[in-house]
Design a protein around this ligand. Sequence first.
Ligand code: ZN
Length: 720
Amino acid sequence: MRYHHSILALGVLALLSAGGTRAQDVAIMGFGPSSAQRQRALEARIIGFPSGDRMAVYHRALTAEPHHAGTPANHRTAEYIAARLREFGFDSVLMNRYEVLLPWPVERRVTLLAPERYELRLNEPPLDPDPDTRKRGALPPYNAYAADGDVTAEVVYVNYGIPEDYRVLDSLGISVAGKIVIARYGRSWRGIKPRLAAERGAIGCLIYSDPEDDGYAQGDVMPEGKWRPEWGVQRGSVMDMPLYPGDPQTPGRPSKPGAERIPLSETPTLQKIPVLPISYGDALPILRNLAGPVAPAGWRGALPITYHIGPGPARVRIRLRSDWSVRPIVNVIGVLKGSERPEKVIMAGGHRDAWTFGARDPISGAVSLLETARALGQLAQSGARPKRSIAIASWDAEEQGLIGSTEYGEEFAAELKQDLIVYLNRESYTAGDFDAGGSHSLQPFINEVTKAVRMPDGSATVFDSWRAKAGPQDLVRVDGTVQVRIGALGSGSDYTVFLDHLGIPSVNLGFESGNGIYHSLYDTHWFYTKFGDPGFAYGERLAELVGLFLLRLANADILPFDYASTAETVDRYLDELEREIENRKLDLDLSGVRRANRRMGATAEALNAEVARILASDLAAAENGRYRESLARLNDLMARVEQAFLDEGGLPDRPWFRHQIYAPGYYTGYGVKTLPGVREAIEQNDVETARRMAGALASSLERARKLLVEAIAAAAEIGN
Ligand SMILES: [Zn+2]
């Protein structure tokens, strides 16, 4: 029984005046009838407010020069965003500073020595007619946190360089020990590739972009189309983030000036071997000079050669050296103060630093978020302040390893666990399909918000378009209505510290379509306004969607968390694990976890019914001050349930990651592993660890259930 679809709808129907307004136009999850009407009136002032023309102005200003973390140019983008937030009427704008390890390359040379000689180009030429690509000051292509070194060896092609690829190599009797591997981008977070290669004895690693994945096999390349051109290179960090993100030398604590730092030689998240990213133009001479077995069908890309695995005869020398300096970074955090519970905060954030110009990644997201901020600011200035505070964050040094957000989360851990209710991550987007991931307690809420915003062409709501693209396995029927399932979050953006380390309910959503400019010199204003989101039409809709998301959470009578949705999701994950246990014939029984989860789900349903009762009778309306204290207690308890899923001991061998339902996979990186402690142990056939982690998971579900029971008790005081 989900209150927003059933009981509340009936309550509201009775109160409606004639005129054909349907119940679902008025009912909003978490709002009683009278507050829902006020909320709809506020939302009508957000819809249509964001302006693509303004976004184009912000976008031009924020992508005018390369602005990687630790540079004066990126500090100028911080000043620009801070100035806009002040202009929009935000009450406080904090410049939040850290000093973190940011290696920049000083020597990069790769030479094919045999059987022919070729000096790799390792840079990206300007592309007419895009004037920005002639500008200087961008970081050249490199992989941050790769080891310094000078290595020479024969080459082995390892496909994507993920565990199953090494199983194929093993079956062919090919070892990478003492060799340099060449892997293609894709299928895993890039840092997994050199880590696995080094674990198997490789001494160097090249990662290239195969045209099959984001080049000419997908469509026309830049500048005729949006796909990766011959010399385009994907930069990126290879910091071992599945261990812990953030400044590598200060895990678990903020990297303030003077903070204790692990010596570089002992820092565990640095790669052990030299790694460089290269273009397919540079990869071709190496790959065409490999002999040995023909690569299996799934290993062949779109280059005009027969792919061989090697080793050799291609022989390569890599020379790589970085300047390992500690450099200043700055987050910008603007707060619009709430009128009733100003200490409680709903936050939306995204990063601002870029590998080059960052037109898509991340400035597209930053300019859309600025328009959300302007919309919320104008409401507040006209007297319609949110009840809870709304914060907008602009993170620094995300590209190197989620550093700005992680340091912030580590510095303010206690305050955030106390008062931050939801974190919404909003960075890059492009015109394309909608998708969302996050804490499943917010799945019904996200579904509802997407029904209130239309796609740019006006033909359908975001929800309708999202639902139309979803497969049957992505849909769930709840009390006669259909919800699209949201994904689980792995890693790869700034929600990581909030969700995985602090247990703050977190969401990542947006529009997206593929492209081949990712982390290259060609991620420019010219690209973005031609191919990314011409006219910022999707940016406008995204600004509305985020505005509604924040304002509903800020103004809700009762926070719209639904932990029955979490239980339903965990139940499906347990199905997957039980299939895996059967496949592997492991002696492992998860029925204790299953029971704990069912109990939590039943308690959540009971709480949902109590919440529905309170909302339907309008007992939570602002005019009804009698229940203020019980309501505050109810809301505070509901906001803390996600924290029950943290286990203080963390995941095996990576204690920084504490969430027992979601984590980035240790061997997939960005890719999520759900119920990670149990699942990864099962995948390693480690029954003992799996049993221990199943115990930790069951305890976390039980802690959540107890909080829900307390919430039911608080709810029972209201109106009874
Ligand atoms: Zn990004």
